[in-house]
Design a binder for this molecule. Structure first.
Ligand SMILES: [Zn+2]
Length: 122
């Protein structure tokens, strides 16, 4: 686990202050490499690359989170009712989950690249 002072400013602003990276700027938006996406803060596995898809939104999108590792909170900020997703282990803000995703779940986990790092499956 890394400490908050080891995060970049961007990572800190997103994971701890719930900022959102600008669309189409994150390093994993178009990433198609195989592996497991882990929490940048605590290394918890969060998403499998096999559930990543191109949503056109400008953020990495997944139709499923790894079971039990991603928690949800109701987020009423910015005049919207959204469901925030956070790392269950360290509460890092990841993004939001929407119901306009693809089958088989119909969900779209919309995640900031800065909250993730991709690691080989092993
Ligand atoms: Zn975490």
């Amino acid at each position: 686990m890394i400490n908050d002072d080891q995060l970049t400013t961007e990572q800190f602003n997103i994971c701890r202050l719930k900022a959102t990276e600008p669309a189409f700027t994150g390093k994993y938006v178009d990433c198609k490499e195989d592996g497991i996406y882990h929490c940048i803060c605590c290394d918890t596995p969060l998403f499998d690359s096999q559930t990543k898809y191109d949503s056109g939104s400008g953020w990495p999108s997944f139709w499923q989170a790894l079971e039990n590792y991603v928690a949800e909170n109701i987020d009423n900020s910015h005049g919207m009712r959204r469901v925030e997703i956070v790392c269950r282990q360290c509460s890092a803000h990841l993004g939001h989950v929407f119901t306009d995703g693809i089958e088989p779940t119909g969900l779209r986990y919309c995640v900031n690249s800065a909250s993730l790092f991709l690691r080989d499956r092993s």
